[in-house]
Design a protein around this ligand. Structure first.
Ligand code: CA2
Length: 146
């Protein structure tokens, strides 16, 4: 069964505890659990990792090569700043779907730019936790076309 690595970046460990008006009430554990259940219905295995550290996210992307068939990444604020994470994704040559809980294009101008989008198959934003499930559907179609 193809395996997908779901990476979440800085501060996403705080989901459900603060700013529910922006990010909703689901915790990261809730989201990871629904991803695991949904992935099974799509014929995918998933592994989930969250880190507040850019280098750890880069290491996780490097380690995905040869282990996972695709990446789903919500890089948090590193989305808008990290050329290094973009380069890491490009280097492993795995399909990557970018996810954001909020609609980054409807927020502050500094959130409108995503370095990760340049190396993504596509970006899903504004649908809250459901966006991760949509990303799994997109990845399943990409890895196992019907
Ligand atoms: O909408 C998203 O998913 C974001 O990636 C979330 C990032 C933000 O910097 C991006 O522009 C868009 C921030 C994640 C912070 O998460 C928190 C959760 C609860 C309380 C405080 C922050």
């Amino acid at each position: 069964m193809p395996s997908v690595l779901i990476l979440n970046g800085p501060n996403l460990n705080l989901l459900g505890q603060r700013q529910p008006e922006v990010y909703g009430r689901a915790t990261l554990a809730d989201i990871e659990s629904s991803c695991t259940s949904h992935a099974a219905t799509c014929g995918l295995d998933v592994s989930c990792l969250q880190s507040n550290h850019e280098g750890d996210l880069i290491d996780a992307v490097h380690s995905a090569k040869g282990v996972h068939s695709g990446l789903i990444i919500n890089a948090g604020a590193y989305t808008h700043t990290s050329i290094a994470l973009m380069d890491a994704v490009a280097s492993v040559e795995l399909p990557m779907v970018e996810v954001h809980l909020s609609n980054i294009h409807a927020r502050e101008p500094f959130r409108h730019v995503s370095y990760l989008s340049k190396v993504a198959v596509g970006q899903i934003c504004g649908f809250g936790p459901q966006g991760y499930l949509m990303a799994l559907d997109a990845m399943a179609e990409r890895l196992m076309p019907s």
